[in-house]
Ligand binder design. Sequence first.
Ligand code: C2G
Length: 138
Amino acid sequence: MKKIITFGTYDLLHVGHVRLLERAAALGDYLVVGISSDQLNVNKKGRAPVYSTKDRIEILQALSCVDETFVEYSLEDKGRYIQEHNADVLVMGDDWAGKFDEFSNICEVVYLPRTEGISTTHFIGNISSGKRVEVSGG
Ligand code: C2G
């Protein structure tokens, strides 16, 4: 069984997230997702996620392409998470291109293109101004 692991906050789940997860899942047989804790997101992005860690886990777990989730507490522990989950492939969006190459000694590392035109940060702005979000393709 080929195990895929990926990481992210997945706050205000949108099609960019879903497409990334579906493409990651398609690279193997089992997809594990490390979901950033609220505090890790504060460290990464300088703000707390809109949805709590618990809610983001429940939402991700409801997706048919996601087999398992766990909480990612620290970016520094990525190697340990990969090994604990026996992952064969680490998949990340290409906004992280090159950042996780050090793990190529324990698993394959793949960066997938991001979906253009949508991000949680833009989304928050759009919601407060009542503007629709339309993403092409897919
Ligand atoms: N993503 C995407 N297209 C978008 C937005 C996001 O493909 N328009 C991808 C990102 O590249 C990432 C995943 O969806 O692989 C989750 O995105 P975020 O929740 O923004 O995750 P991030 O904060 O990048 O966390 O350990 C590293 C991380 O915790 C990554």
